[in-house]
Design a protein around this ligand. Structure first.
Ligand SMILES: CCCCCCCCCCCCCCC(=O)SCCNC(=O)CCNC(=O)[C@H](O)C(C)(C)COP(=O)(O)OP(=O)(O)OC[C@H]1O[C@@H](n2cnc3c(N)ncnc32)[C@H](O)[C@@H]1OP(=O)(O)O
Ligand SMILES: CCCCCCCC/C=C\CCCCCCCC(=O)OC[C@@H](O)COP(=O)(O)O
Length: 233
């Protein structure tokens, strides 16, 4: 097969896997928890964590101790591709939901499983609508002790740099008065590059830099109030 055909096949298989895993997970979630709840994320996470073996992907982690924040927080990370979801599930803490574009809800079983897992869907084309949804999220985070994972670039970017950040994640952290935890995925370009039709096995480093400075500069609050004994600088 040509590299282009192999690339398409692997992406096709990935979509098929997501659809099949979602179709399998949905009844499990419904039987176990009866409906939409963040607790379903455990079931989803365990399924998605098997995908890496099929694609020969390895995920290494660095600084994950900075990730162990108790209680609500906003996690922000770079967004390179649809494969990010595998890395996300590798380190996803309990009680953590993601913000996703509303179009994902219409992807059949994949949309259903995201709904059941508590993914918060926003309409990127309507700032006012997204803002309304996000302000509801701030209250829910506090009431239900939920963490929220946001890709602040707001879209995929595989160019090896960062797009300017959208502001929703930071408004959310300020509104809820919770810390922001940055997570960095290393570049996929050595093993995954749609422009070059490259998709081979590879290793991703997921690192969590120190959180102290982020909390201070974004919320203007003393970070130690939010991070308790995990004071870092
Ligand atoms: C078994 C198989 C299973 C498969 C399923 C597994 C589940 C895993 C799910 C993984 C899902 C991952 C999905 C990833 C995505 O979909 S990424 C795309 C969607 N996400 C985002 O877009 C998030 C980031 N975007 C934002 O935060 C934006 O800010 C947004 C809220 C959408 C608004 O965008 P926009 O208007 O385009 O831009 P700005 O950020 O510049 O905002 C404009 C002005 O509005 C002000 N603003 C923004 N948000 C708020 C707010 N919450 N409260 C008050 N004000 C707000 C902002 O400050 C700007 O005004 P000023 O310029 O400051 O005056
Ligand atoms: C009955 C309808 C059937 C629809 C079939 C759809 C088949 C697709 C199946 C699986 C695709 C796997 C998606 C996994 C979820 C990954 C989420 C994700 O990374 O979304 C991209 C989004 O962050 C940014 O979108 P854009 O970069 O702005 O674009």
């Amino acid at each position: 097969l040509s590299p282009a055909a192999r690339f398409q096949l692997k992406i096709g298989l990935y979509c098929a896997l997501c659809l099949a895993a979602s179709a399998l997970a949905a009844p499990l979630c419904l039987l176990r928890h009866g409906g939409r709840t963040v607790r379903n994320m455990r079931i989803i996470k365990n399924m998605v964590k098997t995908f890496k073996y099929i694609y020969g992907l390895r995920f290494e982690t660095k600084g994950l101790e900075n990730f162990q924040v108790e209680g609500p927080c906003v996690i922000v990370s770079n967004h390179q591709s649809i494969l990010d979801m595998i890395g996300l599930m590798e380190i996803l803490p309990d009680n953590c939901v993601q913000i996703g574009k509303k179009e994902l809800l219409y992807m059949g079983p994949v949309g259903l499983i995201m709904y059941l897992g508590g993914v918060i869907f926003i309409n990127r084309k309507s700032t006012s609508n997204a803002k309304t949804v996000m302000s509801g999220v701030a209250q829910t985070m506090l009431d239900e002790n939920v963490k929220v994972w946001v890709y602040p670039e707001g879209t995929r970017n595989g160019n090896g740099d960062l797009l300017p950040f959208k502001k929703g994640a930071f408004h959310l952290a300020i509104q809820a008065q919770v810390p922001i935890i940055p997570v960095v995925y290393s570049s996929f370009s050595s093993f995954y590059n749609p422009a070059k039709k490259l998709f081979i096995s590879g290793t991703v480093l997921l690192s969590t830099p120190l959180v102290y400075g982020w909390t201070l500069c974004v919320s203007g609050l003393p970070a130690e109030e939010k991070l308790g004994s995990r004071q870092r600088c």
